[in-house]
Design a protein around this ligand. Structure first.
Ligand code: ADP
Ligand code: MG
Length: 448
């Protein structure tokens, strides 16, 4: 593979964003340990920069400081040499959770950012149309978010950021809410756009915890260590695009970064060993759609016990992408993991091999018993005469365990699982979870 490629955007080195001696602590007390300490780097025109770090290392905080959504406690952020005092005029953000407004259509969601900028209705329409075409959403202009798959929703997220033609696109784990194949597809499309002449963005900053993703996309990878967050390592990636995950150079870079990330003092979030009672907070739902986890169960049913590493290689995936699927199967009692090998349980084999109706029943039973959030929603709906409860009710209940974004995410996953299992559905028009009418009938007939 060719080394030392340049993007068509590369010109004389021009810093678009500079982060200078940035320290950020939450809370006013000076003795609060900082989340970020003395972070300095620049984002230059023509480059894709990945900020890579473990969960909790301060990546999102750093990105929000760059967007001017958070003020640094010390140090500063400059855009084109000017110190930020409010939101960064040169940036737009793509979020992991899509953050779409459910009551607005695709077009209206995309136009939102322009409305805030005071662009006229006629111009908004034209610009939104262009952005929608650019990300491959044409035909979906009048659809509502709930009608779209995760991948299509994130396209709306991209269109909404691109429509304001920011110089620098800031992306906070934009692919990690998607199933692995969709994520891979979107990454490829983003890179095609980036390499093409029609793409108006001059630099991209990508926050990720996925090593492969950083190497696939970035020209430069900055590794953030934790407690406090600091840049501990910087690496230039000179591989030509599109990049080949299986190439020797690629694998060598993965290993190099992996050893940097694991060679530091342990800053991995440690899960409580044994929670006395399983709750939605102690047993969050892994980020796995039913489609993805049932596909994965079928693969396991055919292949027998498999090492995660080999599976990842066979499926041409980063093994970290498999983890949510493995976690979901384990949570549901469909699989066990020992010595790095995944084995389907008897129930898991039944789930994988049964016909669709039977699979749904097996899944429903397991989810109610072992996925606390699904059990909570089912139980609460059963106790409610109207068989409907508002999103806000569950969001409040989860608020003690999760931040807002994670709460949304947990409820999204629960909705996907509940819908598949025909336990409940989410009515986006009324912001309500609604018990599946067939379920009441099924219960009378004694079916779980
Ligand atoms: P990452 O994106 O790398 O997972 P974050 O930037 O979200 O990390 O968070 C870094 C640390 O800062 C975490 O310990 C988190 O709990 C804390 N943190 C983030 N936002 C806030 C906030 N608004 N108030 C208090 N603490 C916060
Ligand atoms: Mg984050």
């Amino acid at each position: 593979m060719a080394e030392g490629t340049t993007t068509p955007h590369a010109g004389p080195v021009e810093s678009l964003i500079e982060v200078i001696g940035l320290t950020k602590r939450f809370g006013s007390a000076a003795d609060t340990p900082p989340v970020l300490e003395d972070v300095s780097f620049a984002v230059r025109a023509g480059e894709v920069v990945a900020l890579l770090g473990k969960s909790g290392s301060g990546k999102s905080t750093l990105l929000r400081c760059m967007a001017g959504l958070l003020a640094p406690s010390a140090g500063e952020v400059r855009y084109r040499g000017e110190r930020l005092t409010g939101t960064n005029p040169g940036t737009a953000m793509v979020f992991q959770t899509f953050a779409l407004l459910p009551w607005l259509t695709v077009r209206q969601n995309v136009e939102l950012g322009l409305e805030a900028k005071g662009v006229s209705a006629a111009d908004r329409r034209v610009l939104a149309e262009e952005a929608i075409d650019l990300v491959g959403l044409d035909g979906f202009e009048d659809a509502y978010p709930k009608e779209l798959s995760g991948g299509m929703r994130q396209r709306v997220g991209f269109a909404r950021a691109l429509v304001v033609t920011p110089e620098v696109l800031l992306m906070d784990e934009p692919f990690s809410g998607l199933d692995v194949l969709t994520a891979e597809n979107l990454r490829g499309e983003l890179m095609e756009l980036w390499e093409s002449d029609e793409f108006p963005i001059r630099a991209i900053v990508l926050v990720t915890h996925n090593i492969d993703e950083a190497i696939l996309l970035a020209d430069r990878v900055l590794i953030l260590g934790s407690s406090p967050g600091r840049i501990v390592f910087e690496l230039s990636i000179g591989l030509a695009r599109p990049r080949d995950r299986d190439g020797a150079e690629f694998r060598a870079l993965v290993e190099q970064i992996y050893s940097v990330m694991t060679g530091r003092p342990a800053d991995v979030a440690v899960r409580p060993a044994a929670a006395p009672v399983a709750t939605p907070g102690t047993h969050p739902l892994p980020y796995a759609s039913v489609d993805a986890l049932s596909g994965f169960a079928e693969i396991l049913a055919t292949s027998g016990p498999e090492s995660l590493g080999e599976l990842a290689t066979d499926l041409r995936l980063d093994f970290r992408d498999l983890l949510p699927l493995v976690e979901a199967l384990t949570l549901l009692g469909f699989a066990d993991v020992a010595d790095g090998r995944v084995t389907l349980s008897a129930e898991g084999r039944d789930f994988a091999s049964a016909d669709i109706q039977m699979s749904k029943q097996i899944f429903a039973r397991a989810a109610i018993e072992r996925a606390p959030l699904v059990g909570l929603i089912v139980g609460a709906l059963e106790k409610t005469p109207s068989r409907a409860l508002r999103w806000g009710f569950f969001a409040d209940v989860l608020g003690g365990s999760f931040d807002e974004a994670e709460t949304d995410r947990q409820l999204d996953i629960a909705t996907d699982w509940g819908r598949y299992a025909e336990l409940f559905a989410y009515d986006a028009d009324h912001d309500e979870f609604v018990a599946d009418p067939d379920r009441a009938a099924a219960q009378v007939a004694g079916v779980p």
